[in-house]
Design a protein around this ligand. Sequence first.
Ligand code: PMP
Length: 360
Amino acid sequence: MSRIFNFSAGPSTLPESVLLKAQEELLDWQGTGMSVMELSHRGKEFMSIAEALKSDLIEILNIPDNYKVLFLQGGATGQFAFIPQNILQGKTKACYVNTGAWSTKAIKEAKKYCEVLVSASSESSRFTDIPNYASWVVDNQAAYLHYTDNETIHGVEFPDIPEMGDLPLVCDMSSNILSRTVDVDKFGIIYAGSQKNMGAAGVTVVIVRDDLVGHADKNIPSVFDYAQQAKNDSMLNTPATYNWYLVGLVLKWIKDSGGIVAMEQRNNKKAELLYQAIEESSLYTNPVKKVHRSRMNIPFVLANPELDKTFLSLAAEQGLSSLKGHRSVGGMRASIYNAMPEEGVMALVDFMQEFERSHG
Ligand code: PMP
């Protein structure tokens, strides 16, 4: 068996111990003689997995009692549509901040359901920074204010929480949830897909404050109505049972590794290593303003784009995979989520330095 360092933006690398645990339990989960995939979602065995999943997430993120924690399907993309349908509450407008490709998609989808006021946009800087909070235009008649905490494609991350008066803050944390501590009580909704920091694809976590639950548009499908799912412990229909189990294993791994504070320290260190290597080089550059650089997705371009192909193929030969940047941005991108070990980042830095010596 040979494992490589996988820098994919998602689905992305998982902790090896999680994969081994899943392998060990594949045929016989805890003496049941069945795989988790084969367990009834209503049986006591799966119920214990579901209960641990929820309580571990609440513990790790320190989620207050006045929030519902839902595990849904449809991805973060689904939430782009389900959020307005759940929480407009008869209002006709919502505020959105546009800091990159994922905010842009969220805005486009929301426009099907309401008027969107773009409170701030960094499009003019080609999404290389976050507009100064003081410049944001917020309408207090709007139902909520949405932003994307980490732009997976552009490598831009909010350094802190933008607090904007009384509007409920709605935040897409798909690519940085569980990577640092967060004051959940500052948010109306936090949502995220599972395939980056939480597990395999197929689970969408929605953490929603109680006052925003129970106001869905009457035409919304029941499975996407927060109130109905909350009442049914996210089991209004058959959930993605095996994927819940995998997220549960990742949460246990986080707890065993020192919790979210340890994750944050490790992530800061890994990101510093890579940004420092980029700063010190004359071959690589990252276009993002320093204070807004993502700790999770680190795009960089080579001074001579003709070297891109060689860079990628030599990297792959050394077991450094999926470094190609998103097609809309070009260049390279290293995604270094929670599960990427520090050795992976060091191996990448060594490779980049060697490549610069031989090709720069
Ligand atoms: N938001 C962000 C920030 C993302 O990175 C992604 C996926 N890369 C999405 C939303 C969409 O997630 P999904 O594919 O699970 O719908």
